[in-house]
Write a protein that binds this ligand. Structure first.
Ligand code: TPP
Ligand code: MG
Length: 539
């Protein structure tokens, strides 16, 4: 079968014709996929052909990177893996930064692309979108890339990806389906992945952890992204022990941030670092304790207990004395069952108040505009609003600390990979996942310009999405880093277009805000609109 012959065959067949493309799409559907993000192109049309019949909704973004970030936002809100269909070559490479984000942040992202026909890969023959080794290139940056060789393999690869996402630490997967495989007839049946039963950690380790926590005088719990599925267990354990809870950015909201034991997403502040250093037992749940989690700090508790689904994380960056390898919720339930009844430490809530006051004072001393806008938005927007950030100061110095959340996924961000251009498309994905949820994008002018074209996507999808832009005419954070290094400003003072006018030209609404309160009011109004609204706040 040549590629040319099979294209002709496909062109004369009815829409329900089942081929390798159908094997992929039916397998996506069998695994619960309702939405894919992507851009159709010459090579992936045998995937797109089958989407309408499958009932899967296709959202077209204006750049594949936006599709990847939208899939991330969609995942964080829906809990389902995000799925992207790109075409080959440049389209696939356009999603590399989003693949890197999903890898760094441990999020399930399935990328499906067509590939050169079987036997022609590596030929350097100048075929359309040809690249040296697309699957090999992707394999270096995702959990694994699988170039399949038949429709049967394609179907199995999709189901295997869903099993992989459900089994351990979620990370991105790429499936490449050669053009002739996409076009080859298929008569198989799609299979649904069977999720594994979650496993609690070894009983002896659980016993050791429970004893150490029980005897602790100032226990702390550090919750990362891997604790998102264990909100009830974290709360029960914290209350039972009187343990103070701090979270990383990915764990923000695992314990409601208005809970008396929550010290919030505050690890970077010296007061909290000092408290961690003075604590005798720290339990770390689902965090690699990377530089981006600890913001340059460390955890110096005498006894460190680490709980993770991924064995490679149990001693990553800091060695633990007690290792709990297992599912966070199941293992914490086991710890709770093992703890003897007892009183919690009464002093922790008082300590939380002191810490919060101390870091608020430190942040205020930074004298920055990002506190006011976050506080104004928090005061004005409904409870349960998701705020979507970007790699801008208003996010990592602002929303991370000053937009209190009550649940995971009320703050969408990517602290580790820290990629610019995430916020707007991730907000779109969040809104697609849950149209009733208020979602607000808050980011810098530099970040917006990385994916500004996705305003059009939000317009097309009629999303009531406020996009609040802190406009300081360029890359203020990098300018500050240049200043610290004694480098005169270079490449950081930038021309910013008239953003409200640009938004209007795209079919959105666009306003200039007078101050933080005004911006928050405009954002609240924008939630009631039938289209996105860009709100610029000069600062
Ligand atoms: C894709 C990507 N390119 C470059 C950077 C480096 N970088 C980090 S922050 C930043 C400036 C961001 O500007 P803006 O969003 O306006 O925020 P501000 O610093 O002005 O608050 C840059 C260029 C990055 N994080 N990601
Ligand atoms: Mg800026």
């Amino acid at each position: 079968m040549t590629s040319q012959q099979s294209v002709e065959t496909a062109g004369t067949t009815p829409r329900s014709y089942r081929n390798g493309g159908a094997a992929v799409v039916e397998s996506l559907r069998a695994n619960g996929v309702e939405v894919i993000f992507g851009i159709p192109g010459t090579h992936n049309l045998e995937l797109y052909r089958h989407l309408p019949l499958s009932g899967i909704r296709a959202i077209t973004t204006r750049h594949e990177q936006g599709a990847g970030y939208a899939a991330d936002g969609y995942h964080q809100i829906s809990g389902r893996p995000g799925v992207v269909i790109t075409t080959s070559g440049p389209a696939l490479f356009n999603i590399a930064a989003a693949a890197g984000t999903a890898y760094a942040e441990s999020r399930p992202l399935l990328i499906i692309s067509p590939g050169l026909p079987l036997g022609t890969d590596g030929g350097d023959a100048g075929q359309l979108h040809e690249t040296k080794d697309a699957s090999g290139a992707m394999d270096r940056i995702v959990a694994y890339s699988h170039r399949v060789e038949s429709p049967e393999q394609a179907a199995a690869a999709v189901t295997r990806a869903f099993e992989f996402f459900a089994t351990g630490r979620p990370r991105p997967v790429h499936i490449e389906v050669p053009l002739d495989v996409l076009e080859h007839p298929w008569t198989g049946t799609a299979v649904t992945a069977v999720p594994p039963t979650p496993i609690a950690a070894d009983a002896n380790m659980v016993e050791l952890a429970a004893t150490a926590l029980q005897q602790a005088l100032s226990p702390v719990i550090i919750a990362g992204g891997g604790a998102r599925g264990a909100t009830t267990e974290i709360r029960l354990l914290a209350e039972r022990l009187g343990a103070l809870v701090v979270t990383t950015c990915n764990g923000k909201g695992v314990l409601p941030e208005n809970h008396p034991l929550s010290a919030g997403t505050s690890i970077r502040f010296p007061a909290v670092q000092d408290h961690l250093a003075a604590s005798d037992v720290a339990l770390v749940v689902g965090s690699e304790l990377g530089d981006s989690d600890l913001w340059g700090g460390t955890v110096r508790s005498r006894t460190l207990i680490r709980l993770d689904i991924d064995p490679s994380q149990l001693d990553k960056n800091l060695n633990a004395q007690i290792h709990l390898l297992g599912d966070a919720a199941d293992t914490l339930q086991a710890v709770l069952r093992t703890l003897p009844p007892g009183e919690s430490l009464p002093t922790a809530p008082q300590r939380v108040s002191e810490l919060k006051a101390a870091f608020a004072e430190q942040a205020a001393a930074e004298g920055a505009p990002w506190i006011a806008i976050n506080q104004a938005l928090r005061a004005t927007l409904p409870g349960g609003t998701t705020i979507v950030g970007d790699s801008s100061q208003v996010t990592y110095f602002g929303s991370a600390h000053f937009f209190d959340t009550q649940q995971p996924a009320e703050f969408l961000y990517m602290a580790g990979f820290a990629t610019l251009g995430f916020g707007l498309p991730a907000g779109i994905g969040a809104k697609i996942a849950d149209p009733d949820r208020p979602v607000v994008v808050l980011l810098g002018d530099g970040a917006l310009m990385f994916s500004v074209q996705e305003i059009v996507t939000a317009v097309e999808q009629q999303l009531p999405l406020p996009i609040v832009v802190m406009d300081n005419s360029g890359y203020a954070e990098i300018k500050e880093q240049e200043r610290v290094r004694g480098i005169p400003p270079i490449g950081v003072d930038l021309h910013v277009p008239d953003l409200p006018a640009l938004a209007r030209a795209c079919g959105a609404l666009g306003f200039d805000a007078r101050d933080a309160e005004h911006a928050a009011q405009l954002a609240a109004q924008a939630l009631e609109s039938d289209r996105p609204t860009l709100i610029r706040l000069a600062c």
